[in-house]
Design a binder for this molecule. Structure first.
Ligand code: ADP
Ligand code: MG
Length: 156
């Protein structure tokens, strides 16, 4: 069964697998293995959208991929967030908070890099549209984004 959304999560941004997401114009902030392990298993793999904030920064739209990590023979998950915002600098080591509000599609394999990139661009457009709707827009103000560090646990 699928967990009811929204779902909140937070954790440090770590180095990913260097798959060159940034070179494709779609950088993805990766959570550490430990943080991913705290992800409930009833959030199935696939592409999601919601809201994200880095440190004490502003809340932005995001798309999120929950997938199987090829580096661990696909037995561990990876969770990667593309924030729909242009940052001046990288933010490795910062705390990323996300509120997942909706689901787009399952994971897919693509025949070409071009097909993958165009699918991600469609996901981003879909996320932007959905997040403007009142039922998703309201979570931009979720208290999870304003709680002080240390006082929050995941999914509060
Ligand atoms: P990695 O393999 O280390 O995850 P990526 O190419 O996926 O490398 O780039 C991710 C990094 O880029 C993030 O950890 C973050 O520091 C930075 N970054 C800059 N802008 C964004 C953004 N809009 N969304 C996500 N990460 C971003
Ligand atoms: Mg990444």
């Amino acid at each position: 069964a699928m967990r009811r959304l929204p779902y909140c999560h937070r954790g440090e941004v770590v180095k990913g697998f260097g798959r060159g997401s940034k070179e494709l114009g779609i950088p993805t902030a990766n959570f550490s293995e430990e943080v991913v392990e705290c992800f409930p298993s009833d959030i199935s793999t696939g592409i999601y959208y919601g809201w994200a904030c880095v440190g004490n920064g502003d809340v932005h739209k995001m798309v999120l991929s929950i997938g199987w990590n090829p580096f661990y023979k696909n037995i561990k998950k990876s969770v990667e967030t593309h924030i729909i915002h242009t940052f001046k600098e990288d933010f490795y080591g910062e705390i990323l908070r996300i509120v997942i509000t909706g689901y787009i599609r399952p994971e897919k394999n693509f025949d070409s890099l071009e097909a993958l990139i165009s699918a991600i661009h469609e996901d981003i457009e879909e996320a932007k549209r959905q997040l403007d709707l009142p039922e998703h827009l309201k979570y931009k103000e979720h208290s999870f984004f304003h709680l002080p560090e240390g006082k929050i646990a995941n999914n509060h």
